[in-house]
Design a binder for this molecule. Structure first.
Ligand code: NDP
Length: 295
């Protein structure tokens, strides 16, 4: 029978571990991790994400510093704030909520964050460290969450064929590098498909583990999946709900109803990868605290 991977339940388990860890750090060292989240402007979805990050931080005992700036904030004003947070020893993690208003260059902002506080894992130093398999770095939260779901659902990863559809800098590429590393939480054979792949099904049908991060509703169908594969659906797409005229619903990149008939395990959307992303951000924040305090 196909296992439906409950991302929410796994995220809750990890939250409890982090909560205990934070309480222990506070008891032993008299201080606890602090995460600064910067929001520029008033994009509705970004406001929701920032609120969720604050709520989760507080739930786990992590200090949350939320800085909301006006849409008209200049790039140099934002850079000045980041430099201040970089040198503030009370701040362990810095996250700038993306996307930024179009007059601000996201790359310049990401590059300005001190890599040891870059809990989103987007800084080129952290990406480089990920490629060489260095431990003192941060892995971006969504692929880190995918790894956690894979590890918990595939007993022996060594030599398993992982096929990833999508090569973005925030999901596909980091995940490929994570799962390629020579350690027991990875050690996979990795294939990445993208828009230049002429027959995606040819590759996805070879996958023991299939991760899809494309942003195209229901793109992966049953005939593209090997029976018994573990399927992780990162995609989040809003489509019209045919059963409720006038309403919309969220679906993934995988046609869940039919692929769940043959997969050995599969993540639903919502409730699969989504809940893991915030919890891995909290894990990174605790790691930042440890690295900075040399604990
Ligand atoms: P991007 O748009 O940055 O990247 C999409 C990737 O998919 C690109 O590499 C693109 O290829 C590839 N692609 C697009 N169309 C096709 C196609 N028809 N065939 C093969 N490959 C294709 O998206 P993101 O990585 O940022 O996000 C992907 C999805 O995951 C989105 O739905 C997003 O909402 C969701 N997401 C969910 C998160 C969560 O927490 N659950 C977090 C982050 C993202 P090419 O490079 O050739 O253009």
């Amino acid at each position: 029978m196909t296992k439906i991977i409950d991302g929410k339940a796994i995220a809750n388990e990890i939250k409890q571990e982090i909560k205990k860890d934070v309480a222990k750090l506070e008891q032993e060292y008299g201080k606890k991790p602090t995460l600064a989240v910067i929001l520029v402007g008033n994009d509705g979805a970004s406001e929701v994400y920032v609120r969720m990050k604050k709520k989760t931080s507080e739930e786990l005992g992590i200090n949350s510093l939320q800085i909301t700036l006006d849409e008209s904030t200049t790039q140099s004003e934002l850079l000045k704030l980041i430099h201040e947070l970089n040198s503030d020893t009370n701040v362990n993690g810095i996250l700038v909520q993306l996307p930024l208003p179009s007059h601000i260059d996201e790359n310049i902002i990401i590059n300005a964050i001190d890599p040891i506080k870059d809990v989103d894992g987007f800084h080129p130093i952290n990406l480089g460290k990920l490629v060489i398999g260095s431990d003192d770095s941060f892995v971006s939260c969504t692929p880190y969450g995918c790894q956690e779901l894979i590890v918990r659902n595939v007993p022996d990863l060594k030599g398993k064929h992982l096929v990833i559809v999508g090569r973005s800098n925030i999901v596909g590429k980091p995940l490929a590098n994570i799962m390629l590393q020579k350690n027991e939480r990875a050690n996979c054979i990795v294939t990445i498909c993208h828009t230049a792949t002429s027959d995606i099904g040819y590759y996805t049908r070879q996958a023991d583990i299939l991760v899809v991060a494309v942003g195209k509703a229901n793109m992966i169908t049953k005939n593209m999946v090997k029976p018994g594969a573990v399927v992780i659906d990162v995609g989040i797409n809003r489509i019209d709900d045919l059963h409720n005229p006038g309403k919309t619903k969220l679906v993934g990149d995988v046609k869940f109803d039919e692929v769940s008939e043959i997969a050995s395990a599969i993540t639903p959307v919502p409730g699969g990868v989504g809940p893991m992303t915030i919890v891995m951000l909290m894990k990174n924040t605790v790691k930042a605290f440890r690295l900075q305090n040399k604990i």
